[in-house]
Write a protein that binds this ligand. Structure first.
Ligand code: NAP
Length: 448
């Protein structure tokens, strides 16, 4: 018999034990945020800025995601917006239905994903509802956060680092049944314990950007930061950057944050980032038409050097075309530019003389393997890392939330309340929360 989503919500809010959750009947349909295959050409001829996620992201009922081997269904209490939700909802640089079609060709189980709708979202915090054959480490009632490395590890390529598996995907972007839904479907190797001192919406902000920042900076697969390294962080209060600053501070590095407003500068000072550049106030313009302006690179480099007297050992790159030439230029001799994205354009230009003559390296980085995501989650679990969550939206307003991120109107992370009826729920360890309340309140003030 089909159950109701309200029963599931009540059980979770009442703290029902796992046996009760295991016994619950699941509904046949759930609310979810999705884009539609028949609308994937709706923005043809329209510029990046004018493509509007509020027009393309729908929130309606879809059939309950199916469950297969090594999979779990999760009651999603909260999710979070990532830039990949923006890419999906504006159908750029490609429609994600192309990913679903390719995935669907791999076999019967993957064919389940190739539907006429694509449920988005690569983050979630919630409760395990049921598990498929082969799942032994997780059970109904477990409170979890979800990371988005979607990989079964059947092939040999990923066994040193699952990000190298040729079938590795990003859940909710290159797979269906993502986190912006009342119930999501994940692989059991995406699950991690929810930090007990965090609310649902705080915990939902961890999976994607915290793990990505961890790999880029801390992991040997990334820049392998060490004590004393000077790290230039673009977008230092953004999704990735807010975590990057914390990893650098925790690891004994010296962050130099770049942001675009006075209140962001102040927040960084308050969390201990002493050296901050307000790129808007400074008026940096690295491009003059279709040419890069070396004088601006030098001015930028001089400002960075004025802080500590040295150039950055590591540049944390993601804006892409607009900044990449400057990032290569300002990195220290022997330094590293670690990049995971190209928000402002993926055709980068840089003067290669500054790279080879100065023995600099560019490292490409993409999300994180399970171990890296787990280690990042562990630091959050122990209270050493906390998300800068500035605002939450109800699921039905997912399009508006994506619009805010698309136009850089947000700060830190934007949460999505799925089954959580309001903010502030889900905290189990009040003592640990109390110990970190100063930081939590600081981030909250920034959101106001
Ligand atoms: P976000 O929350 O929007 O933050 C990015 C920040 O970068 C913005 O807040 C902005 O900060 C700064 N920025 C944007 N455009 C810029 C420009 N032209 N020049 C200088 N600074 C600029 O996004 P996010 O979650 O951090 O993600 C950033 C990018 O990384 C996105 O493209 C996303 O898709 C990608 N990403 C990739 C992976 C991966 O695994 N490969 C994982 C996560 C994210 P200020 O305005 O304050 O300077």
């Amino acid at each position: 018999m089909a159950g109701s989503i309200e029963t599931i919500r009540s059980l979770i809010l009442d703290g029902a034990p796992g046996e009760d959750i295991a016994g619950v009947d699941l509904p046949e349909a759930v609310e979810a945020a999705f884009v539609r295959r028949d609308e994937q050409e709706m923005f043809e001829g329209i510029s990046f800025e004018e493509r509007d996620p509020r027009k393309s992201l729908h929130v309606e009922e879809v059939p309950l995601p199916p469950l297969g081997p090594n999979e779990c269904r999760i009651a999603v209490m909260a999710s979070a917006v990532n830039f990949n939700t923006v890419w999906t909802s504006i159908f750029q640089p490609v429609s994600t239905f192309a990913f679903l079609e390719r995935f669907g060709r791999e076999g019967d189980l993957s064919a389940r994903h190739n539907l006429d709708y694509h449920v988005v979202g690569s983050d979630a915090a919630g409760v395990v509802l049921d598990t498929g054959p082969g799942v032994t480490r997780w059970k109904p009632g477990d409170r979890v956060t979800v990371h988005c490395n979607y990989v079964d590890m059947e092939g040999h390529e990923g066994h040193d680092d699952s990000m190298l598996d040729t079938r590795q995907r990003i859940w909710g972007f290159e797979s269906n049944f993502g986190g912006m839904a009342q119930i999501a479907m994940v692989k059991s190797n995406q699950l991690m314990p929810k930090p007990r001192h965090m609310t649902w919406e705080e915990a939902a902000c961890l999976g994607l950007v915290s793990s990505t920042s961890y790999r880029m900076l801390v992991s040997r697969n990334g820049a392998g930061m060490k004590q004393g390294d000077i790290v230039l962080i673009w977008g230092a209060t953004g999704g990735l950057g807010g975590f990057a600053c914390q990893y650098v501070l925790n690891g004994g590095g010296i962050p130099v944050g770049v942001v675009s407003s006075r209140d962001k500068v102040e927040l960084l000072h308050e969390i201990g980032v002493e050296h901050v550049i307000d790129r808007k106030a400074e008026g940096y313009a690295f491009w003059d038409g279709d040419r890069q302006d070396m004088a601006e690179f030098r001015r930028f480099g001089k400002q960075i050097r004025s802080f500590v007297g040295e150039d950055p050992d590591i540049v944390f790159e993601h804006p892409g075309r607009q900044t990449f030439g400057a990032s290569v230029f300002v990195a220290k001799k022997g330094g590293i530019v670690v990049t995971c994205a190209s928000t402002s354009g993926y055709r980068h230009e840089y003067d290669n003389r500054y790279l080879w003559m100065n023995l600099k390296r560019i490292i490409g980085s993409h999300f994180a393997n399970y171990k890296e995501a787990w280690e990042a989650n562990r630091l959050a679990y122990l209270g050493h890392i906390h998300p800068i969550l500035s605002k939450t939206y109800p699921l039905v307003e997912s399009g508006e939330a994506a619009y805010q991120v698309h136009h850089n109107l947000h700060k830190g992370k934007l949460g999505i309340l799925c089954l959580a009826p309001e903010e502030g729920l889900g905290v189990e360890d009040e003592d640990l929360r109390a110990r970190h309340l100063d930081k939590i309140n600081l981030f909250k003030r920034f959101s106001d």
